[in-house]
Design a protein around this ligand. Structure first.
Ligand SMILES: Nc1ncnc2c1ncn2[C@@H]1O[C@H](COP(=O)(O)OP(=O)(O)OP(=O)(O)O)[C@@H](O)[C@H]1O
Ligand SMILES: [Mg+2]
Length: 252
């Protein structure tokens, strides 16, 4: 047997090897962003033409929505992935979408504080206690996030190191806070995961006006043809007929 095989290691060398393997695994878990949409393999990006189309549409459209079925990769594969790229500026070489060359101010929001914590926050930051294992690489999370009062482990804001050398800012919000909580400063990107009420949507658009910022929505249309859905699919609006229900010539 070759003298460098693990079987020939003494116990302290084995301990060292185990520690090195664990450290390699730990680092890998904190670099998830670089493993999504690979060139090859079972999860290769060639299998996701609609997702790539959604990214590319960002070069032309200020507002984009993935209004799609459950479990097709809306939150992780679209909203979460794109948000992590803009926050960090770590665009892969194949990226077909819009690029910001400066730090960005971003909101990610969901229905309630709890769902925002359990979906967009989990996707971007990783589980509480393991921040850095989500799509934002661990070494890009700068300092400790601030947390929301009254909701266990819900992040309020967190600073993210941007490739330009500056700091992006990520804030989490939820629709149940009401429209007024969406007033405030300008944003470069807002990601709304789950369908927003119309007034929240409009308030968010106002936050994007001065920056020519981007709106990304990812949801399954549980509310049917709501006004927010109709903004994106006006052709689905029910047509109103001018025909009277009872034509006078048919009366009596
Ligand atoms: N591009 C991808 N590469 C690898 N895994 C992915 C990708 N997209 C999604 N996944 C995996 O599939 C799971 C479901 O994806 P995601 O949460 O984005 O779906 P969704 O459409 O938002 O679902 P829901 O309808 O529940 O909101 C994720 O937890 C993630 O692990
Ligand atoms: Mg989702």
């Amino acid at each position: 047997m070759n003298s460098s095989t693990p079987a020939s290691l003494n116990s302290s060398e084995k301990q060292e090897l185990i520690a090195l393997l664990e450290e390699r695994e730990r680092r890998k878990r904190r670099r998830k962003l670089f493993e999504v949409y690979p060139d090859t393999g079972p999860l290769r990006r060639g299998l996701y033409p609609k997702h790539l189309q959604f990214f590319a549409a960002g070069t032309e459209h200020q507002e984009r929505a993935a209004v799609a079925a459950n479990r097709v990769g809306k939150s992780f594969g679209l909203g979460g992935f794109e948000t992590a790229l803009h926050l960090t500026g770590l665009y892969p070489q194949w990226w077909p979408g819009r690029r910001f060359d400066h730090p960005v101010d971003v909101w990610a929001a969901g229905d309630t504080s709890e769902t925002t914590r359990d979906i967009p926050q989990l996707i971007l930051m990783g589980a509480p206690g393991e921040y850095g294992t989500g799509l934002i690489p661990g070494d890009k999370i700068a300092g400790n996030p601030t947390h929301r009062a009254g909701v266990a482990q819900a992040v309020d804001t967190v600073r993210i190191a941007h490739a330009s050398g500056g700091m992006s800012m990520l804030g989490f919000k939820s629709y149940d806070q009401g429209r007024k909580k969406f007033q405030g400063t300008a944003k470069h990107l807002i990601w709304l995961d789950e369908e927003p009420p119309e007034d929240v949507y409009s308030e968010c658009m106002a936050r994007l006006m001065t920056t020519n910022g981007m709106m990304i929505c990812t949801f399954t249309p549980l509310e049917g043809l709501s006004n927010v859905v109709l903004k994106y699919m006006p052709e689905m609006a029910p047509t109103v007929s001018n025909e009277p229900l009872l034509r006078p010539d048919r009366l009596g």
